[in-house]
Design a protein around this ligand. Structure first.
Ligand SMILES: [Zn+2]
Length: 176
């Protein structure tokens, strides 16, 4: 079976742009997880001086200048790991942004629960301890939620099949 990956990122969003600060990817059995802190863009040494960017900083506590990877280096490392394998994110804007580099990326539109209510993976918070808005925790939440969803779908399919077989058998016995 081919591997499936999940990706999430934390960062700053302004003027319809994303500046990633933290990116995490995990595979579907959590045996592989990669995690990057991204440097600010060279041409932007300071955080945009807007209330919205300040608010975003207070949410994830990742300073504008924090990080050790260039965005392009992190992306090429990610591409090296996931190759052409399936990868999922959560959220239309994030997905659209990351699809520029990961064209196979899909939005998990079937998971209607918001990240706010996915609270199973606090043990997966990264080492920096910058609060609960952590991409490393969130990819684990997404992976867990997706696996639960797929398990439920297959259970429903099995029940459906049993039901159809029961109906078919009862018709057969009626005909005899
Ligand atoms: Zn983190």
């Amino acid at each position: 079976m081919t591997m499936v990956w999940y990706i999430d990122m934390e960062g700053y969003q302004f003027d319809n742009k994303f500046v990633a600060k933290e990116i995490a990817i995990v595979n579907d059995d959590a045996s592989q997880c990669f995690h990057y802190f991204i440097k600010n863009p060279q041409q932007m040494p300071d955080r945009p001086n807007t209330p919205s960017c300040y608010h975003q900083f207070k949410r994830h506590n990742l300073e504008w200048t924090f990080g050790d990877y260039n965005f392009s280096a992190a992306i090429s490392d990610i591409r090296k790991h996931i190759k052409n394998e399936k990868v999922f994110a959560k959220g239309a804007e994030k997905t659209k942004f990351l699809q520029k580099w990961l064209p196979q990326l899909e939005d998990t539109v079937w998971i209607s629960t918001s990240f706010k209510k996915l609270n199973n993976c606090f043990s997966e918070l990264c080492k920096v301890k910058h609060g609960i808005q952590c991409a490393r925790r969130k990819v684990h939440e997404l992976m867990t939620a997706d696996k639960l969803y797929k398990k439920r779908v297959s259970e429903v399919m099995v029940l459906q099949m049993i039901h159809e077989m029961t109906v078919a058998f009862s018709k057969m016995s009626l005909n005899n």
